[in-house]
Write a protein that binds this ligand. Structure first.
Ligand code: WTA
Length: 651
C-alpha cells in the first residue's frame, strides 16, 4: 500500500501549530493530558465570548443517562459574533460568501460587512414576526446565500434553526416541523438545480397543511415564477427583510443554548433531531476547519455540499465564517452543464481548498480526465473528501488528475452527531494512504471494540467508539434524551458508539469500513433502511419489505429491496409496480430515496422469534450468498434458497 508524503507546496509557509507530524503529536498529547485546561484556553482565544468560560467538560459519558453533558457551561456568547462581528474590524471588505449560481458564471460575492447587514436585517425581520430566543425555525431552501443568512439570523436572536435538505418530501418536512414544534419556516419560491426548478414553496405548503403553530413562512424569491402565498402567514423576503435595520444586537446566550437541530436517519423509521449548542459547536468547527484544511488568510475555500446536511452547516457556514474565510456556496450540480463544472468553478474562482464527497469523485472520474485537464487547477492546495469511505482508485484519481500530485488529500471522517471532523489528516503534516482517514484530530480518542465490548489494541478491526467527550458532539436528541443514550451509549456503556466499523493498521491509521447498523449511505446521503421499509408497505401490493445496502460503483452503496407481495398481487407488470413504489418513496422521504434493485421473495428470513435476519439479506444483496454463516436458527430455511435463487445484480 502506497504512502504519500505531504507535497512540499502544502507544507511550505503553513501557519499551523500542527504543520508537522511532531507538532500534531505534541498537540494531541497536550489535549489528551488535560482536555479541560486545553479547551478552555483554546476556546477563549479562538471564539468571541461575551463571558469567557472557566469550566470545561461538565458531566461525562458515565453520567450521560442522567443529563446531557456540557462544555464551557458558565460561558456566554452568541456564535454569530465569531462568524461576523469580530471580522468587521479587520476583514470588513474581504469576501465572506462567494456564491456560484446554477447558471455557470453567474456569481455574486458578499463581503463580511455585507453579510453582517444581511444577517441583521433578516434577524430583525424574524423579530418583527415575534420570533425569539428558543423558538424553532425550519429552513427549507436551496443553495442560495440567503440560506446561510437565514441560519445566522436565527442564531443571532437565539432561535434554533433546523435546516431540512431541499430534496426532502412534504411528509419529511412535516414530521420534522411537528417533532420540533416549529413556529416559522423560511423557504424560497423555487430552488434551481441543474437547470431545473425545485418546487420548494409548494412542498412547504403541503407539509404545513393543518399545522397552525407555524404562523410565519418567509419566502425568498429566487425566480420570476409565481407561487401561492397564504394571507397572513406568508411573507416575501424582499417585503419584510430588505427594509429592516442593518443593526441587530446579538442575543447573548449560555454556551449550552441550542444553536440548531439537524435531523439524521437512524435504525428506526423516525429521524433523530441532533442538538448542537453555541459554545462547543463553534469551537469545534472553527478548530477543525482551520487545522485540517490548514486555512490561510487568502484562501478561497469551496465545500460543494448542501446546507441541508451537517457538512454544509459545519464547513460551509459556521466553521469557515468563524475563521474569517472566504466560503463558496454552489447552487448547482457537478454535471451541469457538463462534467467539468467543478473544475470550471475552481479555475474561475481560483479555489485553493476544495471539499467534496467520494460519490462525486467517482462519477466525475468515470466521465474522463479531459474535463479536468483542460482547466487550470494550479490554485488548488488541499483536497478534501467526506461522507463515505473513498475507494483507493477514486482517491488516486483525485490526487493525480485533480491535484496533479501537488495537493494533500484530507479524507475526513465524522458524523452529524460529532459536529465536525474527528479522524483526518492534518493537511500540511499527515502522510496519506489512499482510502484511510488516517489519525484522530486532537481531542478525539478512538477505540476499537469487538462485539463483546473488548477493547482491541494495536492493528485490529472492530467497532469504532470514541472514549472521551469533545466539545463538538451533539448533546441530545431533541425531546428524547433517552433515545440519545440508548442509541449511542447502551452498546458500550461509558463510550460513544459511532455505528461504524473500522480497521486500524500497524501505523495507527484508521480505515473506516462502513456502517455496521441499518443505516445506508447512498451517494453520501445517510438514510435508514427502516425509513424505506415503512414507506414501501404503504403500497397495497407490499406485505413486507426488507431493505439493505449493496456495493455500488458510483453511489458507494445502492439500495436493494426484498419485497413480499400481498395475497393476490404479482410482479407481472414489474415496471408499473416499481414506478409506483418509487413514487411512494418520493412522497414519504424525498426524491433522493430510490431503490436500485427489487427482488420479490416468498418471505423474509426470520428467526423463530420473528426477527428478520438482515445479515442474510445483506450477504445475498452483496453477491456473497455462499457467506451466509449459520442459518440454523431460521424459522423457515427454505426461504433462503428462494432468496439466493432469485438474487439480482446491476450487471
Ligand atoms: C460515513 C457526514 C468513511 C460514516 C459528515 C458515518 C465516512 C456517516 C466518512 C455519517 C469518511 C463520513 N470515510 N465513512 N471520510 N465520512 N462517513 O451523519 O459511515 O451524514 O457514520 O455525516 O458517513 O454521515 P453523516
Amino acid at each position: 500500500m502506497t504512502t504519500y508524503e505531504v507535497p512540499a507546496r502544502v507544507r511550505e509557509g503553513s501557519p499551523n501549530p500542527m504543520a508537522t507530524l511532531e507538532g500534531y503529536e505534541a498537540l494531541y498529547g497536550e489535549v489528551s493530558s488535560d482536555p479541560d485546561a486545553f479547551w478552555v484556553a483554546e476556546t477563549t482565544r479562538r471564539i468571541a465570548w461575551a463571558k469567557p468560560p472557566t469550566q470545561g467538560l461538565g458531566g461525562g459519558f458515565d453520567q450521560i443517562a442522567d443529563a446531557p453533558l456540557t462544555w464551557f457551561a458558565d460561558g456566554q456568547l452568541n456564535a454569530t459574533v465569531s462568524c461576523i462581528d469580530r471580522h468587521l474590524a479587520t476583514r470588513a471588505d474581504k469576501t465572506a460568501i462567494l456564491w456560484e449560481a446554477d447558471h455557470p458564471g453567474e456569481d455574486t460575492s458578499w463581503s463580511f460587512a455585507e453579510l453582517a447587514a444581511q444577517v441583521n436585517r433578516c434577524a430583525n425581520a424574524l423579530k418583527a414576526r415575534g420570533i425569539g430566543k428558543g423558538d424553532r425555525v425550519l429552513i427549507y431552501m436551496g443553495m442560495v446565500p440567503q440560506a446561510a443568512v437565514a441560519m445566522l439570523a436565527c442564531a443571532r436572536i437565539g432561535a434554533i434553526h433546523s435546516v431540512v435538505f431541499g430534496g426532502f418530501s412534504a411528509d419529511s418536512l412535516r414530521s420534522r416541523a411537528v417533532d420540533c414544534k416549529a413556529t416559522a419556516v423560511i423557504t424560497q419560491d423555487f430552488g434551481m438545480r441543474g437547470g431545473k426548478r425545485i418546487e420548494l414553496k409548494r412542498v412547504a405548503d403541503q407539509a404545513l397543511v393543518g399545522i397552525d403553530e407555524v404562523h410565519t413562512v418567509l419566502v425568498y424569491q429566487r425566480t420570476q415564477d409565481a407561487v401561492e402565498m397564504e394571507d397572513g402567514r406568508d411573507v416575501w423576503w424582499h417585503d419584510l427583510v430588505d427594509g429592516q435595520s442593518d443593526e441587530c444586537a446579538p442575543e447573548i446566550v449560555d454556551a449550552e443554548h441550542p444553536l440548531f437541530i439537524l435531523y439524521t436517519s437512524g435504525s428506526t423509521g423516525k429521524p433523530k433531531g441532533q442538538v448542537h449548542t453555541h459554545g462547543g459547536y463553534i469551537t469545534w468547527t472553527s478548530f477543525t476547519h482551520q487545522h485540517v484544511f490548514d486555512l490561510r488568510e487568502d484562501d478561497v475555500y469551496a465545500c460543494v455540499a448542501d446546507v441541508g446536511w451537517i457538512t454544509g452547516h459545519s464547513y460551509i457556514v459556521y466553521g469557515p465564517l468563524a475563521n474569517g474565510a472566504t466560503t463558496l456556496m454552489f447552487e448547482s450540480i457537478p454535471t451541469y452543464p457538463d462534467a467539468g463544472r467543478y473544475w470550471d468553478l475552481v479555475e474561475r474562482h481560483k479555489v485553493t481548498i476544495f471539499y467534496t464527497a467520494p460519490t462525486a469523485i467517482r462519477a466525475l472520474a468515470a466521465c474522463g480526465d479531459e474535463f479536468v485537464t483542460r482547466r487550470d487547477l494550479s490554485s488548488l492546495r488541499v483536497l478534501g473528501t467526506v461522507g463515505e469511505p473513498i475507494n483507493p482508485d477514486a482517491w488516486e484519481w483525485y490526487h493525480r488528475v485533480v491535484g496533479e500530485g501537488r495537493c494533500n488529500i484530507v479524507d475526513t471522517w465524522w458524523q452529524t452527531e460529532t459536529g465536525g471532523i474527528c479522524i483526518s489528516p492534518i493537511a500540511p503534516a499527515t502522510p496519506t494512504k489512499p482510502g484511510s482517514a488516517t489519525l484522530p484530530v486532537p481531542g478525539i480518542e478512538p477505540v476499537l471494540r469487538d462485539a463483546e465490548g473488548v477493547v482491541l489494541d494495536g492493528a485490529a478491526e472492530g467497532l469504532l467508539c470514541i472514549r472521551r467527550p469533545w466539545p463538538g458532539m451533539s448533546r441530545t436528541i431533541w425531546g428524547d434524551h433517552e433515545r440519545y443514550v440508548d442509541t449511542y451509549f447502551s452498546m458500550f456503556p461509558g463510550a460513544y458508539f459511532t455505528g461504524d466499523g473500522c480497521r486500524r493498521d500497524a501505523d495507527g491509521y484508521h480505515w473506516i469500513t462502513g456502517r455496521v447498523d441499518d443505516v445506508i449511505n447512498v451517494s453520501g446521503h445517510r438514510m435508514g433502511t427502516a425509513e424505506f421499509e415503512s414507506a414501501l408497505v404503504h403500497h397495497d401490493a407490499v406485505a413486507e419489505a426488507g431493505v439493505v445496502g449493496f456495493p455500488h460503483p458510483i453511489k458507494g452503496q445502492g439500495v436493494y429491496c426484498y419485497l413480499v407481495l400481498s395475497e393476490g398481487h404479482d410482479m407481472d407488470d414489474r415496471g408499473e409496480l416499481e414506478r409506483e413504489l418509487q413514487g411512494i418513496l418520493r412522497n414519504h422521504i424525498g426524491a433522493h430515496a430510490r431503490v436500485d434493485l427489487y427482488q420479490v421473495v416468498p418471505g423474509l428470513p426470520k428467526t423463530r422469534s420473528g426477527k428478520v435476519m438482515r445479515r442474510i439479506l445483506r450477504k445475498v444483496a452483496e453477491g456473497q450468498p455462499e457467506a451466509l454463516g449459520d442459518i440454523s436458527t431460521l424459522a423457515d430455511p427454505g426461504v433462503v434458497e428462494a432468496i439466493k435463487a432469485g438474487a439480482r445484480s446491476l450487471a
